[in-house]
Design a protein. Structure first.
Lengths: 611, 306
């Protein structure tokens, strides 16, 4: 039990006064009298007339009647119907992200937060309502608005922490919609404050009360894991592991790398306080497998000490170049290692045997179903209208896009280009004042890179950026890469897997060994799996094909378990962690009831003693 | 000194009074009271035939002259009236302002003085008869008590009053037993005056009945202190009985005063009714009652004396 006004304990000084009164009362004045006969008769007569006697004017009686009346009045919970006072709404947002599994609070931050929230449930006043939201990677409404404490308790008991990141924005957005225009409504966030940007809620006057859990941020974890071909030896894999330390002291431990459970290497690592240490492991890999990196160090959060990655062996990229002749393009394609380029003058089939198709100014009879790099051709359903543009000037390009990595257009001139408005499925990579010149996007799960101009109508092929762009495009359009990316899922996010042919059931083996079977709608074109709350290696049996995917935390913000004293809402607003506004522990009813019982007892005792 | 108990004016007034006994004196000693016995006095009672040996001086010679027969004149013998004053000298009588015992002694003195003036025999019996412990009787008091056992004649009045003054109160008493013993010890019945507060837990009925059974004319004066009638102490009290040591805890407030007074009146009324049924003359006197009011008005009105 906590106290809203501990200063009121000063009133406890009244207790000795009461005791003093009782001492005075108990200390009877001793009187020597001639005889007690008359007194005995007097007492006997008053007793004989019991249980009833004439009511006398007695201040003690009046006071006690007043007390009883007040207590009874309080117990009847009086209210004024004239003043319509809406019930207060409390929205409890329980952070269920991975960082809440830190054990700096016993037994864990999440359990502490849950216990705190339970106290608030217990303290819920009669007509007040409460909503319980669980905020992990996704926001779940565990209990809609109710004043039924049992349901609220059940809902809180049903909450469970996940390995996902904190996505407070949707939770707060939902909470805000619930408390909007409600007077006296409050949002109680039980979290460690390890949350990303909340700029959206600046100046919203959010009635947010932040209950901080967590006492320290003693945590180190793996925040990045990647496996690529070793540039020096294509048969080897380079596994990149980044370890970050958010504690105030340096962390020493061992970093071990396993491939399919087999220990490959153990390395002692020392991560200085507040820093990140990258490690690159070189490993031989002969088959597709799962790399698991594990940090063996003592810290509060175990969830981020392990990460897994499905590493597929590189396969040759098979590209079909449909061209009427472009040596620059052909050479650029062939220069990419591990590429098999076929040439064609036209396209009459869907080019199923190729990983992607390059359409160099040739409009195919049959459009390929795979990924496409298209130069100066446009399918009618890509754009609404296509115009021609003379001598477009290049004003900007999106250098952050993977396609334009190390690609610049500083001194590229273009004689002529197709011009189309940027459709919804694509983003513009290269802009002229009139129209985008290069677009990239995904339409019906088909990756498309559209270049509006013929490279030969520009001086781009003469620039070093052209082969780099082609190499980038090959990597981006390679479906194997895309699939490999799909196999690394952040916890809390969904795995989306295109179905090559209709499937009816999917069997998923969870990291803890549990097996679940899911029915798939016969018409579905992709399998979406959302139960990725816990991290680890999942195995998916889809029809007769089986595959492995990994769910990882890999979130620096989540690994940073330092409890925050305040939540920053945008630039100027912040919500301090509350310690005082604990709860309205409304136990007055019980206290009043006990007081009434004591009063009656005192009455009885007093009566029995005197007469 | 006599004036300590009774003022000279009061003594003078008392001298004119005489105890009225509703019964004939049965004492064997001569006094000034009419009795059923025949003897020597001036009051003619009857005649009887002369039998040899009778005193010739009582022969009625005039009658012999007319009837020539010898008749003897009989006179009423005047006997004394034994007055036994039972004086409660227990510890409880030490209370009150003025003290109940003082008041009782003054009443006893007044009654005794009236009796002595009528040449009646007065016995003052303070009870308890003996005391032990700290309050044991002194030699002086024992002597006074002895002197008070039987006093007669007006000339003894001074000594009588002195002896009364030497008495003190103390100890506890068994009221009934004392009165029963007093009734048995008396050779002749007479007037019994009981001066007490009648606050014995064991009751008073048996003792009074014993007196009545012995043929006494019983007068009683219940003496209560003003504090007993109207207590002035309130609050949580631990009352200690001065005689028995019994402890009674009581929480007493002003609002219960009336109730208490009612209790006291009930107690007095019970005693009064008891007395009325048995022909006992009953008086109640708070110890602060003016003595003359009791002696000259109440007792006179009740024809204790005239």
């Amino acid at each position: 039990m906590n106290f809203l006004a501990p200063a009121a304990f000063a009133f406890a000084a009244a207790i000795p006064v009461v005791i003093l009164f009782y001492l005075l009362k108990r200390k009877r004045v001793v009187r020597l009298v001639s005889s007690t006969v008359l007194w005995q008769r007097f007492l006997a007569e008053t007793q004989a007339s019991a249980p009833f006697q004439k009511l006398r004017k007695n201040w003690l009686l009046l006071l006690q009647i007043l007390l009883v009346a007040l207590a009874v009045l309080a117990l009847t919970r009086p209210y004024f119907s004239a003043q319509v006072k809406p019930a207060h709404l409390r929205v409890v947002v329980l952070d269920a992200s991975a960082s809440m599994q830190s054990t700096d609070e016993a037994p864990s931050r999440f359990e502490k937060a849950r216990a705190e929230a339970l106290k608030w449930v217990n303290a819920l006043a009669g007509s007040d309502q409460m909503v319980i939201l669980q905020a992990g990677a996704t926001t779940e409404v565990k209990q809609s608005a109710t004043s039924e404490k049992a349901a609220l308790r059940r809902a809180l008991e049903a909450c469970a922490p996940s390995h996902g990141p904190t996505r407070l924005v949707p939770a707060l957005r939902m909470a805000e919609s619930l408390v909007r225009d409600q007077r006296g409504a409050e949002i109680h966030l039980f979290s460690d404050g390890a949350v990303p940007e909340l700029r959206e809620f600046e100046n919203k006057a959010l009635p947010l009360i932040f209950h901080r859990v967590g006492v320290r941020g003693n945590n180190a974890g793996i925040i990045a894991l990647d496996a690529r071909a070793n540039p020096e030896n294509p048969r080897q894999r380079a596994v990149y592991v980044s370890t970050a330390n958010f504690a105030t002291n340096a962390v020493e431990g061992e970093l071990e790398l396993r491939l399919d459970g087999r220990l490959l290497e153990t390395r002692a690592v020392k991560v200085p306080a507040g820093e990140t240490t990258p490690q690159v492991f070189i490993a031989e890999q002969t088959t597709d497998g799962v790399f698991t990196a594990r940090l063996k160090a003592t810290d509060d959060l175990a969830a981020d000490n392990e990460a897994s990655l499905v590493s597929l062996l590189p396969k040759p990229v098979k590209a079909l170049l449909v061209t009427s002749g472009n040596r620059f393009l052909e050479r650029a394609l062939r220069s990419v290692p591990n590429a098999e380029v076929s040439l064609a003058g036209g396209l009459a089939e869907t080019a199923n045997g190729y990983d992607f198709t390059v359409l160099d100014g040739v409009t195919p009879a049959v459009w390929p179903t795979g990924n496409v790099l298209a130069f100066q051709v446009a399918q009618s359903n890509w754009f609404t209208s296509v115009e021609r543009l003379e001598g477009p000037a290049i004003v900007d390009w999106r250098y952050t896009h993977p396609l334009l990595r190390y690609v610049g257009f500083e001194n590229v001139q273009i004689a002529e280009s197709l011009a189309a408005k940027t459709p919804g499925w694509a983003v513009s990579l290269l802009d002229s004042p009139q129209a985008p010149l290069i677009l990239a996007g995904e339409l019906n799960r088909q990756r498309i890179v559209w270049v509006g101009f013929d490279p030969l109508n520009s001086n781009w092929p003469l620039r070093v950026s052209f082969p780099i762009f082609v190499a980038n495009a090959m990597e981006w359009l390679n479906p194997a890469n895309a699939a490999g990316g799909q196999l690394l899922v952040k916890s809390g996010e969904a795995l989306r897997l295109p179905l090559a042919k209709p499937e009816t059931t999917a069997r998923v083996t969870f990291p803890d060994g549990e097996i679940k079977t899911y029915q798939i709608d016969p018409g579905a074109s992709e399998f979406v799996f959302g139960q990725t709350q816990s991290q680890g290696v999942y195995r998916l049996q889809l029809g007769d094909t089986s595959m492995t995917f990994c769910v990882n935390l890999l979130d620096a913000a989540e690994s940073d378990t330092r409890p925050q004293d305040s939540l920053q809402l945008g630039q100027f607003e912040q919500v301090e962690a509350t310690t005082l506004r604990r709860t309205n522990m409304e136990v007055w009813r019980s206290i009043a009831g006990i007081g009434l019982a004591i009063l009656l007892l005192e009455w009885w005792y007093y009566h029995r003693r005197t007469v | 000194m006599p004036d300590a108990l009774l003022t000279p004016e009061l003594l003078r007034k008392l001298e004119q009074l005489q105890l009225l006994a509703s019964r004939r004196a049965r004492s064997s000693l001569r006094g000034e009271r009419r009795s059923r016995a025949r003897g020597q006095s001036v009051e003619f009672a009857d005649y009887r035939d002369y039998t040899p040996g009778d005193d010739f001086r009582y022969l009625d010679w005039n009658l012999y002259g007319r009837l020539e027969r010898l008749f003897l004149k009989l006179y009423e013998e005047e006997r004394e009236l034994p007055v036994r004053i039972f004086l409660d000298a227990s510890e409880s009588m030490n209370f009150g302002e003025p003290r109940k015992f003082d008041f009782a002694r003054r009443v006893a003195a007044a009654m005794g003085y009236v009796a002595l003036c009528s040449f009646d025999r007065v016995s003052v019996l303070p009870f308890p008869a003996t005391r032990s412990g700290n309050g044991a009787l002194t030699a002086e008091e024992s002597a006074a008590r002895g002197a008070l056992r039987s006093v007669r004649g007006r000339k003894s009045a001074l000594q009588f009053l002195k002896s009364l003054e030497a008495l003190t109160a103390g100890g506890s008493v068994e009221f009934d037993a004392t009165l029963r013993r007093g009734a048995l010890e008396a050779r002749h019945s007479g007037l019994a005056v009981v001066l007490s507060d009648f606050l014995d837990p064991a009751g008073y009925e048996n003792g009074l009945n014993a007196l009545l059974g012995r043929g006494f004319q019983v007068d009683i004066v219940q003496i209560l202190s003003p504090e007993e009638l109207n207590p002035a102490v309130f609050g949580d009290l631990r009352l200690v009985d001065a005689e028995t040591g019994v402890i009674q805890e009581v929480t007493f407030g002003r609002y219960r005063l009336k109730h208490y007074q009612q209790t006291v009146q009930n107690y007095i009324q019970r005693l009064r009714e008891f007395c009325q049924r048995r022909g006992i003359r009953f008086f109640v006197a708070p110890s602060n009652t003016p003595l003359e009011d009791l002696l000259l008005r109440q007792l006179r009105k009740a024809e204790v004396w005239a």
